[in-house]
Structure formats: structure tokens, C-alpha cells
Design a protein. Structure first.
Length: 210
């Protein structure tokens, strides 16, 4: 499938923040966004079937894609039900085929990231720092506690996006916010801090700042 002229590529994340965001978009922005121009991608996915409640795609489909009537041809999901290594290669190739290339990597128009309590973002965890610099567009990761396999975009691919939006919302996120921005400096030892520090024009969205 080739890139459609005039399309805007948007990579979604998962988790509680993303679910709140999807509900907000449908409730308040349904009539104000040209949804037909958007092509949906994912920054990461758990290696589970698409109808599993742990799937990032599952929640996006239930809360955003179906309510807005997004056609299947505009949805580029990571296939969490497949072999992780094969799917990482397939998705990386799909990105190259459907997105413009820049700096030797596919370029998304926008990637939206969340931040976990341990400072991870996408499925790049503090114990997998090599994924922050891996040149392949997509790679396999694993949750440090559960061992669950994940498919994730790599650091260079995320940093190659035209716009990088990071959401850190909810009072429960305040401890990681304080750790991430300790003494006015970004903690670059955390995956989320590294990307915020290296991104050209990152935008951080929070509902607290004190």
C-alpha cells in the first residue's frame, strides 16, 4: 500500500492516557478534524491478539476508530498476534512503503507518546537502552517484570517524526514527572527523558507543573 497524497500519518500509543485522549477526541473534536486525511500507525503493541483487552489496537478501535468510522485501509496496525521478530521486520518494511523517507528512516508526521511510571515510553524500557539508538525502524522488546513481548518503534524512528507529542497526564504521574525533570534538568537516563532531550521540537502535555 502506497502513501496517499495529502495524508497525515499519526502514530498512537496505548495505556490509560491514550484511552482518555481517544474519548476526548471523539467527544469534542469529531466535527473539527479532517479524520479522512489521517492514516493511523502505532508506536508499540503488546504481543497479543487484536481483540485482547491488553492490545493497544483494541482500545483504539473501540474508543476512536470505530466511533469515527475510520476505514480499514487507513489503519496500519502492528500485528501483535504474529511472531514478534517477523512482525517487527514486516512493520518496518510497511513504514518504508507507506511513509516518506528522511535520514534513511521512514518519517511520520506525528507520534504521540505516553510515559510509564518507570520512565519508559513506547515499549522502550530503562533496561533496553539499545532500542533508543537501534537503526531498524521497528524492534522487539519485553516488559521487564512480566516478560511479555512487545513490538515497538525505535528511538531513531520516533525522533525522525516531524512532531513528537508526549502526554503526561493524571496526578498518579506526578512522581515520574518530578523524577524526569529533577532540578530543572531532564533525566536522560530514562527512555522518555532521552527522547525529550534529543527531539528537535518536542511538545510535552501535562495537567500539572508544580
Amino acid at each position: 500500500m502506497q502513501r496517499k497524497k495529502g495524508a497525515f500519518s499519526l502514530a498512537l500509543s496505548g495505556g490509560g492516557t491514550a484511552q482518555k485522549m481517544f474519548k476526548h477526541w471523539v467527544r469534542h473534536w469529531r466535527a473539527d478534524i479532517a479524520w479522512e486525511r489521517l492514516r493511523f500507525y502505532w508506536v508499540d503493541e503488546r504481543c497479543v491478539p487484536p481483540d485482547d483487552e491488553q492490545s493497544n489496537f483494541f482500545h483504539a478501535k473501540q474508543l476512536l476508530l470505530d466511533p469515527l468510522g475510520i476505514p480499514e485501509e487507513d489503519i496500519h496496525r502492528m500485528r501483535g498476534e504474529g511472531d514478534p521478530q517477523k512482525e517487527a521486520r514486516r512493520y518496518g518494511m510497511s513504514l518504508k512503503q507507506t511513509l516518506p523517507m528522511a535520514n534513511g528512516l521512514p518519517r511520520l508526521d506525528c507520534a504521540i507518546l505516553g510515559i510509564g511510571d518507570d520512565g519508559h515510553t513506547a515499549s522502550i524500557f530503562p533496561n533496553t537502552p539499545a532500542l533508543l539508538k537501534k537503526r531498524a525502524p521497528c524492534a522487539v522488546s519485553a516488559h521487564p517484570q512480566s516478560g511479555q513481548k512487545r513490538i515497538t518503534l525505535t528511538g531513531p524512528t520516533l525522533l525522525n517524526a516531524k512532531h513528537l507529542f508526549v502526554a503526561l497526564i493524571g496526578r498518579e504521574k506526578k512522581p515520574i514527572f518530578k523524577k524526569l525533570f529533577h532540578d530543572g534538568e531532564v533525566d536522560v537516563t530514562l527512555p522518555s527523558g532521552y527522547l525529550l532531550d534529543k527531539a528537535r521540537w518536542p511538545a510535552l502535555f501535562t495537567d500539572f507543573g508544580d
